[in-house]
Design a protein around this ligand. Sequence first.
Ligand code: HT7
Ligand code: ZN
Length: 844
Amino acid sequence: PQTIYLKDYRPFGYYLDDVHLTFRLAASATRVVSRISVRPNVDFPGEFFLHGQDVKLIWAKIDGADVTPVVSADGLTCDAPDGPFVWEAEVEISPATNTALEGLYMSNGVYCTQCEAEGFRKITFYPDRPDVMSVFCVRIEGELPVLLSNGNPTSHGDGWAEWLDPWPKPAYLFALVAGDLVAHSDGFTTMSGKDVALNIYVRPGPDEAKCAFGMGALKRSMKWDEDVYGREYDLDIFNIVAVDDFNMGAMENKGLNIFNSSCVLASPETSTDSNFERIEAIIAHEYFHNWTGNRITCRDWFQLCLKEGLTVFRDQQYTGDQGSHAVKRIEDAITLRSRQFREDNGPLAHPVRPESFIEINNFYTITVYEKGAELIGMLKRLVGDDAYRKALDLYFTRHDGDAATIEDWLQVFEDTTGRDLTQFKRWYSQAGTPRVTVTDDFKDGVYALHFEQQTPPTPGQDSKSAQVIPIAVGLLSQDGTEVQPTTVLEMTATTQSFAFNGLAEKPVPSLLRDFSAPVILQRDQTNVERAFLMTHDTDPFNKWDAGDALAKDVLTKSITENTAPDAAYLDGITAILRNDALDPAFRALCLSLPSEDDMAKALHDAGTVPDPLAIHHAIEALKLTTAQHVQDILPRIQADMIVDGPYSPDAKNAGKRSLANSVLGLLSRLDDGAAAAKQYADADNMTMQLAGLAALLRISKGEDQSAAFRDQWRADRLVMDKWFGLTVSLAAPDLAADTALRLTQEPDFDMKNPNRFRAVFGALAGHSAGFHAPSGVSYRLLGDWLAKLDAINPQTTARMTTAFETWRRYDVGRQDQMRDVLETLAKTAGLSRDTGEMVGRMLG
Ligand code: HT7
Ligand code: ZN
């Protein structure tokens, strides 16, 4: 397979002035007729090459005369006139047999599309690259009640509809949906007084009752983007469609977002608080793409972080504004540190703006998205809020309608602030997580902090240069009062010191407040200091982080030295739990322990080969000890966290339920599951029902409740995904593989549905102690199923191979077994380019 390089970028040799598409829908033989006005790009002449994959060319014409292009496996070339001309073609495609869920496919009888990143080439021959933008006029013919495409509807009749999208767009934002659907409708008046019709389309039936929350989230997002970024919506209509079969979460097609049904449909009975929070964030994210992604798109796929990093940052800001900034920041940092740091420190490490790829779908990663968002956050912190807003205003005016680059993005910051961002740009090109080592000293009232940064080698990048690291710092006196409020130190050199004058005593530093940079801080810190920060730090992130570091230390010592938990941890947790002035959601986060995978990483980083089963037992033991230590206060907290009145997913009520359920997890270890069984039986919403069931399964009880749950929810596929996932995640480690295998034999298991496949096998991969069973049974089971899935759906398969990305962390026996599975996969006949690239990089 061919590797594509950023350095090889060249503009396309033609402009497309308008694109007319006619779809004659038929499940196994859809005809697509295209008529495109083409103009040579005199500055960059090139051959007339159109991408095309799995499309059958019926005929082609230039200026009305038949032509015979040269067709290959990835497209066609054709001799073209020197001046403007009209290209026309008819092709045939088969949506019904398209199981890759890319291009035009069918989900439960509904025609739908997924074109990002390179799916449009499976619909017709076209220059399928983001820098080729055009106005699209689409006619859909099919005997179906709902026929949708991008932009505004222009006319419709019996069995046909026409749509015009006036905003030039790249093909990856094209969408078509056709089927028996019903709309949940509403409206929004924009800041300039324009009325926009809003619809969420679902299949007729129970899903209709699950649209109200998503509609509210959409309206809140539209208002927020006006208020915070001054961005107004630009069409007469905004449609969302929920589909059951989807490779990712959702897609921001212009005016016609398509969502994985799990990311838009919600009801109190069937969705947890976390589901509601995620749905709100994804709806906001896709909506925000209208400006950061659609109006300003990417020049090429190497610039993916331009739209994704910025849009994630915007959705994070939005979620913080809806509830608690502190809780959101901690949640985001947990995700980044566990998943992005793992990627950054393994064989799949790549820069936020990669410089080469084989299959672009493999670069929709946590690095591009979440680390990409961290870079925006650092920029904002460095330039300040007002300058950030000015830079964004300039970005929107200067680049509206453009296919832009990271250089364009940084230039607006340089132009508005006068800063030189040459060094900052390294964050986009250097992979790996910087380690920042800190020491300090105190003399004559001067407190000095000494930092040293170093980024380990990553694939293809042996040595790294110093990066700009904003380190937010506060200082506390020995009695816990803040003597230096948060200030941002700008580290630019490999080693650098900063001094604070006029201090009466040596302070206690609170470093990297608010997780001000995506780095690993390395310092000698005692548990007494950690407990001190846990109690006194005014920065919520560092308050939580001190507890997390303490828990990691306790667990590490219990695993490596068999030591009992430090009283500092138990007392610290008790104080947090008791402190009613603290937000319940924050207290719940403090109560949660590092994940088993986080502990494996921590041990590996400390030079110990992790034993997943020992980690599992250590975490379970610490939960039991904690439960015993705080048992006196649990009933009071439970009582305080009861939420009266009808269910509402707002942050305040969700926070209370979160703490109540953390407490339930502890209680169930003491009362043999009595409280959990009662909660399960009494629950009137999914958050409480599922937490009751989970607490029981975690202590190897709840068989009856699990069966009852399955019977109750058999008809609801989204709830059944939870049941499949929970059943595997909470199986005893030695039963995880058997459980997953057994679930594949359930009548409701459908490997063609990515949500169901991920529910079972994503849960197996996430069950650290079960996945790493010493026999290797889980590795082989997952490997076998990935090989089967690859023939059906390469994208989802390739993403799920990341289960093996940490293989070098483990003992030789486990390494051999995982390597065997990867090698077997690599040798699979007909393996997709997607999976081949991932496996190759992991073995590399
Ligand atoms: N921009 C969207 C990415 C996406 C996607 C990428 C590859 C294959 C399938 C896909 N579905 C959606 C979603 C987003 O980030 O908003
Ligand atoms: Zn996105």
